[in-house]
Design a protein around this ligand. Structure first.
Ligand code: PRP
Length: 211
């Protein structure tokens, strides 16, 4: 039997995924060692391999078949636009992609003004403003702490993830519009879905009983 390979987005997503997998008897003891710098972990008995990757790289590994299965946020799936099957909503990591800014920016969104939008997600922002709202905007790509942008005058609004809303509140910003709901998803390589149909279906079925 060949190894079935999982790519997990590093961080909170990976640890929650492992807890979920434990519930269906998929374990990987090696991976729990927080001090380890190892990147790939094997469960010989079940013929499974797991590796940790940066979230935005997970869809890339899955599209090219370097991983059969990936666990990644819906935000990353939408942003990366890779060819893969999204097979399951894992129900954790729930949050929302939103347009945020100071309350005063609300009217700029209503009157189709040419505004600047700072974001870590330029493709999602483009799709939302150009295709859904038909509003021409200038997208400015940032890599983190997006909430800073409207505070220091880099942009009028941001497109970013809102989970508890604490970051917005503590920085005097509000949700102005909701783009879409987000959560962790399982994605599968298109060839693996055919070749490993039985094993992958079984995992999905088992996960459905514990979610
Ligand atoms: C994310 C997101 C927001 C924050 C939202 O940032 O970009 O800044 O979490 O969470 P909240 O609504 O619970 O406050 P992350 O921590 O991933 O860091 P980043 O600034 O590098 O994007």
């Amino acid at each position: 039997m060949r190894y079935l390979t999982f790519a997990l987005g590093k961080g909170r997503l990976a640890s929650t995924t492992l807890q979920l997998f434990e519930k269906i008897g998929i374990t990987c003891e090696e991976m729990k060692d927080k001090d380890s710098r190892k990147l790939i972990f094997v469960n010989e008995e079940l013929k499974l391999r797991f590796f940790l990757a940066k979230g935005p790289d997970v869809p890339t590994y899955v599209e090219y078949g370097a991983a059969d299965i990936g666990i990644v946020g819906k935000d990353t799936i939408l942003e990366e636009g890779r060819k893969l099957y999204e097979v399951m909503d894992l129900g954790f990591g729930k949050c929302r992609m939103c347009v945020c800014g100071p309350k005063s920016a609300k009217e700029l969104l209503e009157h189709n003004q040419l505004i600047r939008v700072a974001t870590k997600y330029p493709n999602i922002a483009k799709d939302y403003f150009y295709n859904k709202k038909h509003q021409t905007v200038e997208i400015i790509k940032l890599n983190g702490s997006i909430e800073l942008a409207p505070i220091v005058g880099l942009s009028e609004v941001i497109v970013d993830i809102v989970e508890t809303g604490t970051t917005l509140r503590e920085n005097g910003l509000d949700v102005l519009e909701e783009v879409c709901p987000l959560s962790a998803r399982m994605v599968v390589n298109q060839v693996s879905m055919k070749m490993e149909d039985e094993r992958i279906r079984k995992i999905i079925q088992n996960l459905k009983t514990v979610i």
